[in-house]
Ligand binder design. Sequence first.
Ligand SMILES: N[C@@H](CCC(=O)N[C@@H](CS)C(=O)NCC(=O)O)C(=O)O
Length: 209
Amino acid sequence: MLRLYDFVTSGNAWKVRLTLSHLDMPYERVEIDRTTTHTQSPDYRAINPLGLVPALRLEDGRILHDSSAIAFYLSEGTHLLPEDGYGRAQVVQWLIFEQRYVCETVGMARYIVKTLAEAEARAAELAEVQRQGYEALDQLERHLEGRTFLVGESCTIADICNFVYVAMADQGAMDLTPYPALRAWVARLEALPGHVAMEAVPKPVLRLP
Ligand SMILES: N[C@@H](CCC(=O)N[C@@H](CS)C(=O)NCC(=O)O)C(=O)O
């Protein structure tokens, strides 16, 4: 069975859990204790040398890490990835956009506010990542005006991966009110049958270390 290494509050791991759910693929979870930074433990570094979640162990034992790569692998040959080369390249383009412009800004604002709880001490840094985050949201808003999904006419992993930190923007003290197309897109994705809440995780089969 597929084995996902994650922790519940990881946005990057949520992208993988969403992809697995949309594809109705069974998997088991190993929960990493992030409160004691066990992502850095030798046990976990043997799985992902970068010491980050998510990582996925395939049924034959091979490992993949990084949410975009895992989502791309899982969605191959499914409705979450276009068949044509141009459509697939557009999906990759939006996966890169998410990692560079959304995760590093909107996701980082959430990390400072929620995980580190250091919004006051890091006010200048927070303001800067929020400023950059709003630029990314502007880009997404412009692209989604008049469109239903980021690529083509149905939900792809480009939507799933971009959705996660946008949907949690409020946790980084960011406001989606000025973004009607983005808000409609978030609601559209949340209404899809394969959608699962971040907290709706299967019970872990193991905790590391
Ligand atoms: N590019 C990676 C980023 C992974 C990442 O930054 N993961 C965070 C959680 S969202 C992590 O493991 N942080 C280490 C920790 O919090 O201990 C991906 O998309 O999967």
